[in-house]
Design a binder for this molecule. Structure first.
Ligand code: HEC
Ligand code: HEC
Ligand code: HEC
Ligand code: HEC
Ligand code: HEC
Ligand code: HEC
Length: 253
């Protein structure tokens, strides 16, 4: 109970801080960048969104370690921060209870397919930036939540040896990428909400279920696979060799 009270005080303090940003030390901007502010309300035992921060902390995004902006997206700190995927959160922190939900974004809330894809593609694709940036730094730095970056980047071909952050390059020749109704990353991967630690790489479902939730095994195209190959064959062993999202396979024969 005492822990609860102390946290409640901390939350009140932060919210008061948010409302009177100029008077706060450290400043609102610093607090927002560090994102400790998000954790205050989104801790495991808070009512708002149970277990969100605990589950997020288990992801490779929270633990990511490497060089450059793809790995240090949290205002230069290690890891991929909340606001990378949810957009700016300052209004949300200040918002009244009734408007809390609508005051913050999410990949799942982005209606346009290009926008949903872009949010992840910024880091999970290797590309050159067209136009604006003659230096081609290979990373969109002026991205804002909801932007379509696909129209301004030039995807490189998939590399011969698998690298960590090129899933879009892998799938670029498949209908999964080119079709207007193809799946986006979050159709097969969770952000963290329904994260099941027993499923590899934050996938939404186990084994072939991740494919069969959209592909009916009775339709002619998939029946070719299910009828020809052993029942326990994994879709991904042919369509995603070495976990690469190639999906399209050369027609047999
Ligand atoms: C003062 C408390 C508070 C703080 C600080 C706070 N949130 Fe929230 N947040 C809430 C509450 C309460 C809800 C649930 C609203 C509802 O379900 O009606 C919520 C909901 C959300 C949602 C879900 C929105 C949806 O569509 O369901 C996201 C995403 C979110 N917060 C992200 C953040 C991020 C990122 C931060 C840090 C920048 C943050 N929150 C800081 C209280 C807070
Ligand atoms: C890599 C992108 C990503 C990052 C980083 C991320 N989230 Fe999320 N978040 C999502 C997605 C996608 C969803 C929608 C549900 C799902 O697929 O997990 C979501 C859902 C939520 C929800 C709604 C959960 C519910 O119960 O409805 C809250 C709250 C939230 N995130 C808060 C946070 C906070 C706080 C952080 C930082 C500690 C964070 N998120 C970091 C992608 C992300
Ligand atoms: C700011 C850059 C950035 C953004 C934006 C981003 N990621 Fe990542 N993601 C990373 C990094 C870095 C890793 C860790 C790579 C490694 O070290 O293997 C990672 C890892 C992952 C993994 C592997 C998890 C595991 O357990 O193996 C998945 C799945 C993933 N991201 C999905 C997404 C999805 C879906 C989105 C969009 C909602 C997204 N990412 C947005 C940088 C990003
Ligand atoms: C059609 C479903 C599907 C889509 C769409 C999809 N993935 Fe995956 N992804 C998978 C599966 C299945 C695995 C392998 C899981 C396993 O190990 O069994 C995987 C693995 C991964 C991995 C780990 C690769 C490794 O072995 O290190 C990352 C990172 C990843 N996906 C990111 C993404 C990103 C980013 C997007 C969007 C650009 C995306 N995925 C779209 C199904 C999908
Ligand atoms: C969210 C729904 C969804 C999921 C999940 C999904 N697919 Fe698909 N897939 C589609 C759609 C839609 C198309 C066809 C788009 C069209 O015809 O325009 C497609 C097309 C394909 C194609 C044809 C690709 C091409 O370029 O010719 C293959 C192969 C395929 N999917 C395999 C898989 C496998 C393997 C998985 C699991 C790893 C999977 N799909 C998961 C929706 C999905
Ligand atoms: C042993 C390898 C293998 C396995 C396992 C496999 N497939 Fe296939 N799949 C193929 C090949 C090869 C083709 C192309 C066949 C052709 O066009 O003649 C194909 C074609 C497809 C197509 C149609 C693509 C198009 O051009 O329209 C879909 C959809 C598909 N597979 C889905 C799946 C799903 C879902 C699973 C898991 C239940 C699966 N496959 C398992 C090898 C495999």
């Amino acid at each position: 109970m005492r822990r609860h009270t102390r946290r409640a005080i901390a939350v009140v303090g932060v919210v008061a801080c948010a409302l009177t940003a100029a008077l706060c030390i450290p400043s609102m901007a610093q607090e927002m960048a560090k994102e400790k502010i998000c954790q205050l309300c989104h801790q495991k035992d808070q009512g708002a969104s149970p277990a969100v921060t605990a589950k997020y902390a288990e992801t490779l995004h929270a633990k990511a370690q490497g060089e450059g902006p793809r790995y240090n997206a949290n205002d230069g700190a290690a890891g991929v921060g909340c606001q990378v995927c949810h957009g700016p959160g300052a209004e949300h922190v200040k918002a009244a209870a009734e408007t809390k939900k609508d005051s913050i974004g999410s990949p799942a809330k982005l209606q346009a397919r290009e926008a949903r894809m872009s949010l992840c593609a910024r880091c999970h694709a290797q590309y050159e930036v067209q136009g604006e940036n003659p230096a081609d730094p290979g990373f969109v730095t002026d991205y804002k939540y909801g932007d379509d970056i696909l129209s301004k980047i030039r995807l490189k071909p998939m590399s011969a040896e698998k690298t960590k952050l090129e899933q879009v390059n892998e799938m670029q020749n498949s209908l999964h990428f080119t079709s207007a109704i193809g799946p986006t990353c979050i159709d097969c991967h969770t952000g963290h909400k329904d994260l099941d630690p027993s499923l590899p790489h934050q996938t939404t479902d186990a084994g072939n279920a991740v494919c069969l939730k959209c592909h009916n095994p009775e339709t002619a195209d998939v029946r070719h696979c299910t009828a020809t190959f052993p029942a326990d064959a994994l879709c991904k062993s042919c369509h995603m060799p070495d976990n690469r999202h190639i999906i399209k396979v050369a027609p047999a024969g």
